[in-house]
Design a protein around this ligand. Structure first.
Ligand code: AMP
Ligand code: MG
Length: 350
């Protein structure tokens, strides 16, 4: 299959391309499209054959449910049993935007789309091209991130092409994703609601609208002894090919420790890399050095993290040390993805 790549920021071509993309979805095909979080791999959410194709193209286990993307609030009632009051409040505040809500599904949504579950994940993205595309596609686009399973989520069209060339009909190229990390997922079928995946809409922001909101305790620990509630979170996503280890502690101790370990790695002829911040990146000796930006700028880290992980793969880096990027708010989402990429390997310096 030839994968057609179309730029969609040239307004004179935009409309025809989006119509073409919509027609592909309606005919049961797949189109990767930009959203503000990461690129999505879209198919018709109401067509079981389309969802099966998505799993196949991703190489993803089919018990891992997809997110149904809508463009208008009017589209919601048809795909859920009923619209909970909590969903109305959150939609008012955060849709369109990087928030996915889990609700009881209606019969219209096939189990192929929900990984066999009776619940459905729904999001309304804010990207204007994404909204036009969803409408052109009939209003319900099922989409996971447009990466092959086990690769970092793609934040630009060329990364989608690396993973999906020849596997899908079309890629809509809308440039770099503005946020760079996947949506926050909140389960509204639980009482109280629980965050299954942290993102740009933080626990604090949700609590301001709903009161008590819990956070799935498996998100930040390696061995809490419980399976995560979002089926997708149990898979080792986001993993670079090299070994990735996070080091926590006082700034100078971290630099010293990492440099010592890197020297050891080089002795063993390993290609080495470091994920650091603007404040510290010059203090390391490694083959590939990357900064996620200023330490206080979690949004910059979110935007750059997946690109950096892909660059380490491209450079064939075998041993990667990362500073811990923990903190409040969006840092929680960044740290959750970094921990997953590292398979929870963390060294805590005293
Ligand atoms: P992705 O689109 O690649 O970010 O993956 C979608 C994420 O949403 C995965 O982690 C899924 O497990 C999660 N998800 C989708 N639907 C549900 C659901 N009904 N219940 C719990 N988690 C879900
Ligand atoms: Mg994904």
């Amino acid at each position: 299959m030839d994968t057609k790549v179309v730029r969609i920021d040239e307004s004179h071509r935009e409309e025809a391309s989006i119509r073409e993309a919509g027609a592909i979805i309606k005919a049961g095909g797949l189109v990767a499209f930009p959203t503000e979080t990461v690129y999505g791999l879209g198919g018709d959410a109401l067509n079981p054959a389309s969802s099966r194709k998505i799993y196949e193209a991703k190489g993803r286990p089919s018990d891992n449910p997809l997110i149904v993307h809508i463009a208008d609030m009017d589209a919601l009632p048809a795909i859920v049993k009923s619209v909970p009051e909590t969903a109305e409040k959150l939609a008012d505040a955060f849709w369109p935007g990087p928030l996915t809500m889990i609700m009881e599904k209606s019969d219209l949504v096939p189990k192929e789309t929900t990984g066999g579950l009776d619940t459905v994940a729904v999001r309304m993205p804010s990207d204007a091209a994404a909204l036009s595309f969803i409408r052109a596609a009939g209003g319900y686009v099922a989409a996971p991130s447009a990466n092959r399973s086990g690769r970092p989520s793609p934040t630009r069209a060329s990364y989608v092409a690396e993973d999906m060339e020849g596997r899908i009909e079309m890629i809509l190229d809308g440039g770099d994703a503005t946020l760079g990390l996947e949506s926050t997922i909140v389960d509204l079928t639980a009482e109280p609601p629980v965050i299954l995946r942290p993102g740009f809409i933080t626990a604090e922001m949700l609590r301001q609208k709903l009161g008590c909101v819990e956070v799935d305790e498996t998100l930040f620990s390696a061995d809490s002894g419980q399976a995560p509630k979002a089926p997708g979170m149990k898979y080792r996503h986001y993993a670079p090919k090299g070994e990735l280890i996070i080091v926590k502690g006082a700034a100078e101790a971290v630099t010293d420790y990492i440099n010592k370990e890197l020297a050891e790695g080089r002795k063993n002829r390993k290609k080495t890399g470091v994920i650091a911040t603007d404040e510290t990146v010059d203090s390391y000796c490694a083959d590939v050095l990357r900064s996620v930006g200023k330490r206080a700028d979690a949004a910059a880290a979110a935007k750059g993290l997946y690109r950096i992980l892909r660059e380490f793969d491209d450079e064939g880096v075998e041993l990667i040390y990362s500073e811990s990027l923990d903190g409040e708010g969006v840092s929680q989402a960044v740290m959750n993805r970094l921990l997953k990429a590292a398979g929870h390997r963390v060294i805590e310096l005293k």
